[in-house]
Structure formats: C-alpha cells, structure tokens
Design a protein around this ligand. Sequence first.
Ligand code: NAP
Length: 470
Amino acid sequence: MDMLIGGKHISSDDLEDVINPYNGEVIDTIPIAHLQTANLAIGEANNAKESLVEMSAFKVSNKLFNVVEKLKDNREDFAEQLTLEIGKPINESLVEVDRSIETLKLAAEEAKRIYGESVPLDAGLNGKGFFAFTQRLPLGVVAAITPFNYPLNLTIHKIAPAIACKNTVIVKPPTEAPLTVMKFCELLNEEFPDGVVNTITGYGSEVGDYLVCSPDIDKVSFTGSVTTGLMISQKAGMKKVTLELGGNDPMIVLKDADIDKAVKGVINGAFLNAGQVCMGVKRIIVEDEIADEFAEKLVGETEKLVMGNPLDVKTTLGTLISEKAAIHVEQTVNNAVQKGAEILTGGVREGAFYQATVIDNVTPDMDLVVRETFGPVAPIIRVNGVEEAIEIANDTDYGLQAGVFTNDYSLAMKCAQEIEAGTVFVNKQSTFRTDNMPFGGFKNSGVGKEGIKYAVDDMTRMKLIGLNLR
Ligand code: NAP
C-alpha cells in the first residue's frame, strides 16, 4: 500500500513486507520512505493549512461526521485488517473499530465547540476600560507518531482532534502494523482537501526522527514506548509535544474485596490484546490473607481462554505482534522463575503465541515487574496491608493508570489519593478508558492528556485580543 502525500499516492525504491504474526504470511508491502519524502510531506501539510483554516467549523464537523459513516460502512473490513496485521482476536478488533467510530464522533462534535472566553482585564491594575477575549487557534502541522497495539483508535485520537481544530496532519504509523491506519487516512482524504492528512511510512528512527526535529512541524503527538518518548522530548525543541507512553499499572486487591470481580478484572486487564496494552494490569498486588483463594480462582478463569486463529470468533487470546516479542516475554518470565517466582498456569511459547500465564510469589525487584512486560502475564505480588500495597504500587518509574479492589471506601480513597497515576479506578482494573476522558500518565508514562477535548486544548494556541474602549 502506498503513502498518501498531498492527495497523491507515493511509493519508494525501498519496500518492506507487512507480516501476519499468526501464520507468517505477507499481507502487503509498504514503502520505506527517506528524508526527501519526509520533506515532501512537510511541504504538502504546510501548503494545505490555509484550506482548512478557511473552512467553517460547521463544515469541518460535517466532514468528520461523513467519515464516521464511512468507517461504520467498512467496520468489518477494518477489523479484519487489524487482526491480520496484529494478531488481535477479531472480536477485540471489532471493539477497536467501534471505539474508533466513537472517538471520531467526539471530534466531529468538538469541532463546533472550539472557543475562547472573555477576560476581565479590569481585575488587574490599570485594566479598566478594556474589552478582552481569547481565541483558540490551530498550531499548523501536527505530526502523529503511533504504536502497533491499538493503531487505529490511538491514531484517530491524534488525527481527529487535530483536524477538528483545523491543523493539518502527517501520520507516521508503526512499521509493523501500518495498513489499517493508512486505509483510514484514505477515507479522510475523500472528504478533506489534499494535504490535510498525509501518511509517511518508514523507520521511526529515520523519518519519525526527522519530523520530530523539523522546524516546520508545530506539534508532535506521540504514543509509544518510554525509550522513544524520552528521545523525542530531548529533540523536539520549541514545538509542543504530547507523549502517551508505557505503563506498569498496579491492581491492588485488598482482603475485603469482591474476589470474583477482581479476578474478572485481571482476565480483561492482563490478557486483552495478549497483554499488549499500555494500561494493562501489569502488577497484581494482593493481600496475603486472600492471595491463595484469589490465585486459585484466577488460574481457573485464565485456563478458560482460547488461544488460536485470531480470525476465529471463538479465539480470546491471539498472538503477540511478532515471534521476537513473544521470545522476549518468555525470557522475562523464565528469569523471574529462576529468581523464585512460580508459574501457576501457562508459561509456554509457540511461535508468536505466548500462553496466558499466572505467576505467583513475584517480588518487586524482578525485571518482570520493574519494566513494562508487554505480554499476557499476570504477576502476583503478595503483601501485608494497605500501606505496603501502596508503597509497592508507587515503586515504579511509571504512573499511567491503577485499579483498587475493596469495599471499604475509606481505604479506596486512601489508595486513590496516594497512588501516583494519571487515573485511579476503584473496583475496576486500570485497563479501562472511555474516549472522552482525560487520559495520560504521571512520571515516565507521559506528558499531556488525550481524550478529544483535552487533545484539542493541546493542539491549539491561545491568543488574547484586547480592545481599549477608554
Ligand atoms: P515504539 O517502539 O516507541 O514505537 C512507536 C512509534 O514510534 C512507531 O511508529 C515507531 O516507528 C516510532 N519511532 C521509533 N523510533 C522513533 C524515533 N527515534 N523518533 C520518532 N519516532 C520513532 O512503541 P511500540 O513498541 O510501537 O508500542 C508499544 C509501547 O507503546 C508500549 O510501551 C506501550 O505501553 C506504549 N503505548 C502507550 C499508550 C498510551 O496511550 N500511553 C498507548 C499504547 C501504547 P517504527 O515502527 O518504524 O519503529
């Protein structure tokens, strides 16, 4: 599939195969662009700025709504494409497309609500006699650099608010899973003038880095790993940056919790998308008094998951993004076992599949829980009391989301207030997001918030206009 730049389809002399991780088959081929093509995309996106600024908010909103309808009409095709390139079970891909439709709708609505406020300058010294108001203006060109795990919805979280507030966009999708995003940008391009949305494929370290450093890009909106995010923050210069990075989310289960509810939370939180979720449950911190019962029930539910062909509707556990990623998870789990952790179920890799794994007696110093393990693993850390639980929950460089299970609301509030994370859910696992909520982590999990309204704030600049009426 070719790139879309200034409304034209562009290829490259260098090509790369996109591989289905389930069977190793080549799904399609993408161009590997270099700096000349990146410059072309930057030029086209800048040239298209005026066409969007001149468009009324009414029209922008209607056009986004038209794309909503187009995505709805192609729901099944988009879901299948996601499953083929990521190995995500088809039912999960359908949910991702449905969420993408909602995200887009939220942006179409928000396009009509971008306004400033009047400011009482007379509240300041010598400000009497002025009438002043703010406006929210587009930044110009937004570079959207996105990861493989939820490529469609996470990219729409950038493109849709950017266009809603009249920025043009250059999308750099993940090299391992670029196709669904590229297909979506084709739908957008049918509605908006050429150059409003552009795609560029190629390596992040080359074209991604070039976009980040370019003075002709006004904002970098990045979702991906902490390592890449840190690099971007050092190179972006004066442009605005939003970084949605990795997570190492804790789930605290206190002794009075509804254990069945918490177990259900882990099944969704640790095994969704084969554990490749930024806000996945990555550390289960359980009070010792209930840990045996919790672990036994968790093993029972985990063993009900069905690993298989991701296109089969019965499959609930698909592959990881690649065999290499699965090998990495396998090594991390084996390393924890060597240090004293105990696998209760799972622990076996088959190609790019890794079995849903419950691992007990994990200690906070094991690599498995120090770094973000991006695979279907549920590590149990046993603790004595809420203080120890919170201390371990906070003993990490990450701070994306967290979940606390308890029926004692004073303990729930204590955890919610003391856990260092962008979001804390009570009686819900961290793996939960509605597309309108402010989403974004503390500490190394990121900078800035997404969730359409919040992304729009970050994709506009505020101007104050003051009229001297004296
Ligand atoms: P990644 O390796 O950081 O890649 C993300 C994107 O950045 C890809 O498009 C990649 O291109 C590009 N890139 C790589 N090096 C770059 C550079 N030097 N400059 C600019 N761009 C560069 O992340 P991933 O493995 O795809 O995604 C998994 C990570 O994303 C996990 O840590 C996960 O927790 C995090 N994540 C966070 C959120 C959130 O909202 N907080 C959501 C989802 C995922 P190539 O593909 O060409 O390398």
